[in-house]
Design a protein around this ligand. Structure first.
Ligand code: FAD
Length: 526
């Protein structure tokens, strides 16, 4: 009898406690709801019609925020984060910076939190500075790379390192790395930044560089938005060319293809851009949604059949100015090509302007948008594979797992580790040369079981990841995505302690970038 009354009392106590917590939680949310509009800011908050902030390019995760901040000044962002910091751990509120929302797995979302719409931050304007042979530009963290390109070209300059697609924000790519065909020479975009202005998880506005607040500077670069919101960045520039010779050649043998790629990225005299594509069982194999390559001998290219085979396409570009001695440039290109061992009849070339080349994916995007094929689920998988393991990786993945089809472009190209700082937060394999291998699949939203269904593509990704793990290839994910903290620990390996220490120093309540699910507000496991 006594134990029954004890049981009833315990239940009542638990119910009371839960109701109390629920009331507190609701109070916190409603307090915040009422207090946010009272913040003195230059921009504004929206509490409805925020569905755009619960979407991204991946089209798989949708978490609606409680509010969206449309900042007009850095102090708007600082005031908002300070406010959340002051509310303390009990509020449960988090803050995610959203660049152009081109993440794949909800990384820029904040479930019932505050999303900062970084593209609203337009002030102060871009500011250029030039010396005899150098230049840099100070830009907002919410600026699109395409706008930086257009503005810099007015001075005859351009950033040194790119992504393949330019409708991404500075803050979004610097939080990851920013890799493209120029990275072998200049390093990723995070190696081409001189200074940052950051709003930390405590709401402080801090200017940082290698000389000043270096720990924060290095932490933020490749730091997945965990230590601060980038509000301003100083991007290094170089004199820009006017034209680009754009070349594709084909290989049937993977090891010959990668040997040539590595030879090119290690040579003193080389191309300005080096990438590669895997072509699995296709006709018209030189084009795909990711670019708008129209070679002069277009008929031959579009008729080209891989006849069930997997081919490897080396993609190269050489920048030049028409006022230069073009004969000499063509000779140089011929000489570099003559050292490669591609299939002799498969050289496809075209010439485009510098901006057409850099903005090539957008041209393809417009076509896909028109067909309604841009906003479909994108279960992308990006891996960094050590050079010593690329053959083993290729044999299994291109020879077996993806032997008959790929649902989107597959990129494979090497970069030099020496061009990456070992102080930044970016996680890379421990080898002098490693490859970016990008499986850029798109799923058919109407297909539930076919080879183009989201389910099938996700299970294919899992097969690839399982193989890498079982074969101990030392592969790291780029644009990483994990479900548990143990997986994150394994991803960071020896740098996990530094990553965790920086989190404690700059965002101790785990307010920032909750979409990665690395740390959880209130459950900070140290
Ligand atoms: P979002 O998706 O909005 O944000 C990404 C992450 O950064 C989130 O965690 C967010 O909270 C955080 N973040 C955003 N802004 C800030 C800020 N100001 N301060 C701090 N954190 C911030 N990547 C490459 O490296 N090379 C490529 O060639 C390449 N090509 C791509 C092509 C396409 C079509 C797409 C969709 C993506 C491509 N990406 C590439 C990946 C891209 O770099 C990342 O997805 C990047 O995060 C997207 O930038 P975004 O501005 O849309 O950022």
């Amino acid at each position: 009898m006594r134990s029954l009354s004890f049981f009833i009392r315990s239940i009542s106590f638990t119910i009371m406690l839960l109701s109390f917590l629920a009331i507190q939680l609701n109070l916190c949310f409603s307090n915040t709801q009422f207090s946010l509009p009272d913040l003195r800011i230059d921009g504004h908050f929206t509490f409805t019609n925020n569905e755009f902030a619960a979407k991204d390019y991946g089209n798989q995760y949708q978490f609606l925020p409680f509010a969206v901040l449309h900042p007009e000044s850095v102090s708007d962002i600082s005031a908002t984060v300070s406010h959340v910091w002051d509310l303390g751990v009990g509020s449960g509120l988090t803050v995610a910076a959203r660049g152009h929302g081109h993440s794949i797995q909800g990384q820029a979302q904040a479930h019932r939190g505050i999303v900062v719409n970084m593209e609203s931050l337009k002030k102060p304007k871009m500011e250029f500075e030039f010396g005899f042979d150098f230049g840099y530009v100070d830009v907002s963290g919410g600026e699109l790379w395409i706008n930086i390109l257009k503005e810099s070209l007015k001075f005859g300059f351009a950033p040194k390192s790119w992504t393949d697609y330019l409708h991404l924000t500075v803050g979004g790519t610097l939080s990851n790395a920013g890799i493209s065909g120029q990275a072998f020479r200049h390093g990723p975009q995070i190696s081409n930044v001189q200074q940052l202005e950051v709003v930390t998880g405590k709401g402080e506005v801090v200017t940082c560089s290698e000389e000043k607040n270096a720990d924060l500077f290095n932490g933020v670069l490749g730091g997945l938005g965990q230590f601060g919101i980038i509000t301003r960045a100083r991007i290094l520039l170089e004199p820009a060319a006017e034209m680009v010779k754009w070349i594709r050649v084909l290989y049937s043998d993977f090891s010959t293809f990668t040997r040539d790629q590595e030879r090119l990225i290690s040579a003193k005299k080389s191309f300005d851009y080096i990438e590669g594509l895997v072509i699995i069982n296709r006709t018209g194999l030189l084009n795909n949604w990711r670019s708008s390559f129209n070679p002069k001998d277009d008929d031959e290219a579009s008729q080209f059949k891989s006849e069930g085979k997997t081919l490897f396409c080396l993609e190269l570009a050489k920048y030049f100015n028409p006022s230069d001695n073009t004969g000499e440039i063509y000779e140089e290109i011929e000489s570099m090509l003559s050292e490669l061992r591609y299939i002799p009849s498969t050289v496809f070339m075209t010439e485009v302007t510098y901006i057409e080349f850099l903005d090539r994916v957008h041209t393809a995007e417009i076509k896909l948008q028109a067909k309604g094929l841009w906003d479909v689920p994108h279960p992308w998988l990006n891996l960094l594979v050590p050079s010593s393991k690329i053959q083993r990786f290729g044999d299994e993945v291109f020879g077996k797992i993806l032997a008959d089809t790929s649902n989107g472009p597959v990129l494979v190209y090497p970069v030099n580790k020496s061009k990456w700082s070992n102080r930044s937060s970016a996680v890379i394999p421990d080898e002098d040369i490693f490859y970016l291998v990008a499986f850029l699949s798109q799923a058919n939203p109407l297909s539930t079981k076919g080879k183009d269904s989201l389910q099938h593509l996700l299970s294919q990704n899992k097969k690839i990841l399982d193989f890498c793990k079982e074969a101990h290839l030392g592969v790291k994910q780029y644009l990483p995505h994990f479900h548990t903290q143990d997986e994150w620990r394994a991803h960071f390996g020896q740098t996990w302690e530094t990553f965790q220490r920086r989190k404690m120093a700059y965002d101790p309540l785990a307010i920032l970038a909750p979409g990665h699910r690395i740390f959880q507000k209130g459950i900070f496991d140290l």
